[in-house]
Design a protein around this ligand. Structure first.
Ligand SMILES: Cc1cc2nc3c(=O)[nH]c(=O)nc-3n(C[C@H](O)[C@H](O)[C@H](O)COP(=O)(O)OP(=O)(O)OC[C@H]3O[C@@H](n4cnc5c(N)ncnc54)[C@H](O)[C@@H]3O)c2cc1C
Length: 372
């Protein structure tokens, strides 16, 4: 039997789950997710950092407007904090002097600290590595699983239908309706929301819509044990100014990355061993750590539009096809405000004032910019 919905959201990662939860407040909504587990792809593989001074302009606006939600989610959304404070420390080696200025010009919560004081925050700093250091006090760790599950719970409580193991195999137009075929079901709708992450252009092609030119970029994360420092879980997120490596305590271990960004086709991503080795090498150059054991690793796809900002809004040429893709490396930290904005756009409602006040310029996110 064919079921009809006001919206069909393709993909149950953070983008699909969060927008669907908002849409379901006032509309009938189904999410189709090709995997058995929502969040299996990029959403389940992030570094879980909240960095409101990081990313392109629209992301800064979304991230800053999301802070209130992370700090005080609606009652019943989650039974533990979504955001735990962790400062970020940006180190500037002599070779990266020029990169340092961006921290001061862009950010209100960032301050320079004396190199002598860096070791008070990060006692493993290697002498002579950092010529300058900056701390950002507005950052923290996100509980991604809790946030994602919170949105799915809200979605279901509002009557939403979540179909797992349900890849959208064909998407066809019949009069004013879209028909989405999965192996087990046939659904129709006036509005498709394309929240398929790295597969966003693939889903567009299925629907006969011109792709925006998404580029999935692989990032690899290694997990190492830290011995001999009882309080290392309190250490900051540490990154160099040119973002060639970063590390962060997480779940009783340290994660480390060389911030690799290798363009790839959409797939079930895995870590690149060389990239992990490079990350570890750079961390050893910056610190006194002797790292000889990698506990495990993972890879994930950070998917970018051609100009690096997300594509959010109705396709300018195809009725009822809404883009919600290209969140790059910032899809969790921006999700609360980004999903509220996307839902308002999809329902032709006024845009959230707080997000506009945080500096969102609609021209920076509309997919129209890729078709001129
Ligand atoms: C290593 C790494 C570190 C990161 N660190 C951070 C961080 O610190 N902070 C932050 O905010 N962000 C971070 N990110 C980015 C963040 O994880 C992403 O921006 C976000 O998860 C993207 O969510 P999404 O829902 O768009 O994509 P996904 O989670 O990939 O969801 C898309 C879903 O669509 C489904 N799908 C695709 N095609 C179909 C189809 N035809 N039919 C049905 N379903 C389909 C997929 O199965 C998938 O579940 C990081 C990412 C990586 C890889």
């Amino acid at each position: 039997m064919t079921k009809q919905f006001d919206f069909i959201v393709i993909g149950a990662g953070i983008a699909g789950a969060s927008v669907a939860a908002h849409l379901a407040e006032q509309a009938t909504v189904a999410i189709v997710e090709m995997e058995e587990r929502p969040g299996y792809h990029t959403t389940g593989r992030s570094a879980a950092a909240y960095e409101p001074n990081y990313g392109p302009k629209p992301i800064l606006a979304f991230a800053r407007a999301s802070g209130a939600f992370f700090n005080a989610p609606p009652s019943g959304f989650a039974d533990a904090p979504l955001l735990t404070k962790r400062i970020s420390l940006m180190l500037v080696p002599a070779s990266q002097g020029d990169n340092a200025e961006m921290f001061l010009s862009d950010a209100s919560s960032v301050e320079e600290i004396l190199t002598n004081d860096i070791k008070k925050l990060w006692p493993i700093l290697r002498d002579g590595y950092a010529k300058r250091g900056f701390v950002d006090h507005s950052t923290g760790d996100l509980d991604v699983d809790l946030i994602h599950r919170g949105y799915l719970k809200l979605f279901k409580a509002r009557g939403g239908t979540l179909l797992l193991n349900a890849p959208a195999q064909t998407i066809s137009r019949h009069g004013s309706l879209w028909r989405v075929q999965t192996p087990q079901s046939e659904l129709t709708t006036k509005n498709i929301v394309n929240a398929a992450g790295a597969w966003g252009d693939h889903v567009a092609k299925l629907a006969g819509v011109k792709p925006v030119g998404l580029i999935p970029k692989r990032r690899s994360i290694g997990v190492i044990p830290i011995d001999g420092y009882a309080d290392f879980m309190a250490w900051p997120f540490v990154v160099d100014a040119a973002e060639t490596w970063y590390c962060k305590p997480q779940s009783g271990k340290m994660i480390v990355s060389s911030a690799d960004e290798t363009p790839v086709e959409p797939h079930d991503a895995y870590a690149d061993d060389m990239a992990i080795a490079t990350g570890i090498e750079r961390l050893m150059e910056a610190s006194t750590l002797e790292i000889n054991r990698l506990e495990h690793s993972w890879g994930g796809l950070r998917t970018f539009s051609p100009d690096g900002s997300p594509a959010i809004g109705f396709d300018p040429h195809t009725e009822g096809f809404f883009w919600l893709v290209g969140q790059g490396g910032y899809g969790i930290l921006s999700a609360p405000a980004l999903s509220r904005t996307a839902a308002a756009m999809a329902m032709h409602k006024p845009l959230p004032e707080d997000v506009l006040e945080a500096g969102l310029n609609m021209a920076d996110i509309l997919p129209d910019r890729f078709y001129t």
